[in-house]
Design a protein around this ligand. Structure first.
Ligand code: SAH
Length: 220
């Protein structure tokens, strides 16, 4: 069994990471507080303990990554999370992004398509702390019709297009934050969509990012 320890050194490194995010124009104090409260090194292999607070993505198992803290902060900030918001996340991965949203008081429903990663969520260290975080094994393109509608939807993999079913499952006035492939498929443009009462949506375009692909179907 792995032993989890959040030492003064970890806390110090985390504070420096938060200062760095601030210098990169992350201004939502609720996002910064959540990142300051969550031991990111718990979400990664213990061998990466010393570098867990660098502002970069790292490999986790099954060929996937834990997103860069800046990316997590950026998407969380665009989502304008309020306590009690129902948030759907596509791409559970390491559970770090989902934990940030849960720490901010959202009711989080997160979907992962890879069985191995989903199985790992059963041993999640903060399971009892985040009773407001629920895990699902499935294809994110389908969303979670049973639990819809959602106040917010966040996609944490590179989407080839805007999934129509996820728009349907968004409340009018709700936001979707989604990185969508550019023409060359090399990068993704971060979009924030706002759903209108008639089912159409407005679109704002933000910075470019680089995500692992959003793939169709479940993987055993
Ligand atoms: N939010 C994660 C980022 C993980 S990387 C974190 O904080 O660490 C993206 C994840 O999306 C991967 O785990 C990948 O398996 C998953 N994914 C890709 N396509 C998906 C889909 N259609 N449905 C659900 N998950 C998907």
């Amino acid at each position: 069994m792995r032993k989890y320890e959040d030492t003064y050194r970890h806390k110090g490194l985390r504070k420096k990471l938060v200062d760095l995010l601030r210098s990169k124009h992350i201004t939502d104090e609720n996002v910064l507080t959540a990142i300051n409260n969550i031991p990111r090194h718990y979400f990664m292999d213990s061998a990466l303990d010393n570098i867990a607070y660098e502002d970069r993505a790292f490999p986790i198992s099954d060929g996937q990554t834990i997103s860069q803290p800046y990316t997590v902060a950026y998407q969380s900030q665009l989502l304008q999370v309020k306590p009690g918001d129902k948030v759907l996340e596509i791409g559970t991965g390491s559970i770090f992004q989902a934990s940030v949203l849960a720490e901010m008081g959202a009711k989080v429903f997160t979907i992962e398509r890879q069985k191995n990663l989903f199985e790992k969520t059963k041993q999640f260290v903060f399971k009892s702390k985040y009773a407001n975080l629920k895990f699902f094994y499935g294809d994110g393109f389908e969303g979670l019709p049973t639990y819809a509608p959602f106040d917010k939807v966040i996609i944490t993999a590179a989407a080839p297009f805007i999934p129509p079913k996820l728009i349907q499952q968004l409340k009018p006035g709700g936001f979707m934050v989604i990185p969508v492939d550019d023409e060359k498929g090399e990068h993704q443009r971060m979009l924030r969509l706002t759903k209108n009462a008639d089912g159409t949506y407005g679109e704002e375009v933000f910075e470019n990012f680089s995500f692992v692909p959003m793939l169709t179907g479940k993987n055993r």
